[in-house]
Design a binder for this molecule. Structure first.
Ligand SMILES: [Cu+2]
Length: 141
């Protein structure tokens, strides 16, 4: 079915590992210089509880934005040119605020089906690799 194919193609992507969130909607995300693990998350709609751990040596955050109207290519250019400007990333829908090293935070999200973009918005971290994707599919009842 379509959802399975989408998840499979993401999993096969070289950009990063895709992790499918289990039925309880819980997930752990690890931040480091300069990566987000997992980089691509596939979840069902509704409640998602994400434990975010900063394993790096500098401050990081994990912020979820709805998909901006622009194309991915245009978005990438904007990230490079205006790394401080969150407005071009879409609308912030939640996530973990900036954490010092070794800190952790639980982010409670409630998401509708769709594609969301994830960034660490500290400095130029997104450009250095701290960017990812969250794919939310309709929960099967
Ligand atoms: Cu960061």
């Amino acid at each position: 079915m379509a959802i399975g194919l989408a998840a499979a193609s993401l999993a096969g992507c070289d950009a990063g590992s895709a992790t499918e969130v289990g039925p309880h909607g819980e997930l752990t995300v690890r931040l480091d210089e300069f990566k987000i693990d997992p980089q691509t998350i596939v979840a069902a709609s509704g409640d998602l509880r994400v434990t975010v751990i900063n394993q790096g040596v500098v401050a990081h955050n994990w912020r979820v934005f709805n998909e901006p109207r622009k194309t991915a290519e245009a978005q990438q250019e904007d990230v490079v040119e205006e790394s401080e400007d969150d407005s071009d990333r879409g609308t912030l829908v939640g996530g973990a605020t900036t954490m010092v090293p070794r800190d952790e935070q639980v982010a409670e999200l409630n998401l509708k089906p769709g594609r969301y973009r994830i960034f660490c918005t500290v400095g130029n971290h997104a450009r250095l690799g701290m960017a990812g994707e969250l794919v939310v599919k309709r929960r099967r009842s």
